[in-house]
Write a protein that binds this ligand. Structure first.
Ligand code: TXA
Ligand code: MG
Length: 351
């Protein structure tokens, strides 16, 4: 890929001035790819209705072509225009009105004019209205939907600061809007609304409980709902994800004690490995004898989620051969955290 000059625009996150966003809008109009902050993670955006532009997103990220992109909108009207006529069911309307703008992506049958490069050839499209003032205003000024995956190189942890984006993509994208750190820190919940009851394909910023309370039904989680011989519902789920370069070993289970961590760490040390620990604040107090990175308080999974991807990137700067990671309770926002940790550890689970 030919190296390009990546423009950098600093924009006020709370009160983005129109004039500061116009260069990014111009780049999008020219078919360029521009990174921008959302409340979840930074996205890498392009004109969703321009196949050539969307293709550049895949090239910049090194993303497999069959992994569909989320299309970001700034109004319900813009969303409905991207759906098949059959798609706007009562449940979809209710979900849009309740959770948008916010960290929820709805997978619905797509309108014919949505380019197939966006949907990875599927007949559905993932739609989301972000709540971050910069993303909302960017889409409004552009006045067209923006296709945007997370703005990381494929397989790396998602970016929650502009620096993370530049680490991965400087010279490969046309520009970046720096609006400071993202507030949620993990990606949106992706829910397949073509099934009833709806199926959560990726847990995220909106919890299963939130969805169930609003939709008045039991919502299932794809990994447990899916049989091995069924086709993969969300192509993104089959790829390596969120992985730092340092191998992670996830240690999970309610009965795990501080002693179990120490024993596991000693075992690696005896193999001549530099061992680090990634622990909740509570656990870290009990294990002073190994170098430890804290992930936040076990009682506040929202805070753990908020710094999770930055922590995974930071790990790689510490020179460990292996890092033992403490699992947390997989409920509420803890489910989104554990989904990312399990995949970052590539199934190296110690129990
Ligand atoms: O919070 C977010 O969702 C961020 C910000 C930028 O909005 N975006 C994001 O995009 O995380 P990405 O591409 O990294 O993840 C999108 C996920 C993938 O797992 C993809 O397979 C799934 O959503 N997805 C998108 N469209 C789909 C569709 N039509 N059917 C099934 N899965 C879909
Ligand atoms: Mg991603």
């Amino acid at each position: 890929m030919q190296r390009k000059q990546t423009s950098y625009w600093r924009v006020d996150a709370q009160h983005p001035r129109r004039s500061t966003l116009l260069p990014a809008v111009e780049a999008l109009r020219c078919g360029g790819v521009v990174a921008f902050p959302t409340e979840t993670v930074y996205g890498l955006g392009a004109d969703a209705l321009n196949s050539q532009a969307v293709y550049r997103i895949f090239a910049a990220k090194g993303r497999p072509a069959d992994n569909p992109l989320i299309v970001h909108v700034s109004s319900l009207h813009m969303a409905r225009e991207l759906m098949a006529p059959s798609a706007a069911t009562d449940a979809v309307e209710l979900a849009m009105r309740t959770f948008w703008p916010g960290p929820l992506t709805l997978v619905v049958p797509r309108a014919n004019h949505v380019p197939s490069v966006v949907t990875g050839g599927l007949n559905t499209v993932g739609l989301r209205m972000p709540s971050h003032p910069i993303s909302l205003q960017l889409i409004e000024l552009f006045n067209k939907p923006i296709a945007a995956p997370s703005a990381n190189r494929s397989g790396k942890p998602s970016p929650t600061t502009a620096n993370h984006v530049l680490e991965d993509l400087e010279g490969r994208i046309d520009g970046i809007i720096d609006g400071g750190p993202c507030t949620v820190g993990v990606e949106s919940t992706v829910v397949d609304m073509t099934a009833w009851p709806p199926v959560v394909l990726r847990p995220g910023g909106i919890t299963m409980d939130d969805l169930q309370r609003t939709l008045h039904c039991r919502v299932t989680l794809a990994s447990s709902a899916e049989k091995a011989n069924e086709p993969v519902r969300s192509p993104g789920m089959k790829y390596v994800h969120y992985a730092p370069n340092t191998p992670l070993v996830l240690i999970e289970g309610e009965e795990i004690t501080a002693e179990d961590f120490v024993n596991a760490a000693v075992e690696y040390k005896q193999q001549g490995k530099r061992v680090g620990l990634l622990l909740t604040d509570e656990r870290a107090r009990d294990i002073p004898e190994f170098p430890t990175i804290r992930m936040g308080p076990r009682t506040e999974p929202e805070r753990i989620a908020n710094s999770l991807f930055a922590t995974l990137r930071y790990l790689d700067t510490q020179g460990f051969d292996v890092v033992l990671v403490e699992g947390i309770k997989p409920s509420g926002m803890g489910l989104a955290v554990m989904n990312r940790l399990r995949r970052a550890a590539e199934a190296r689970v110690f129990d």
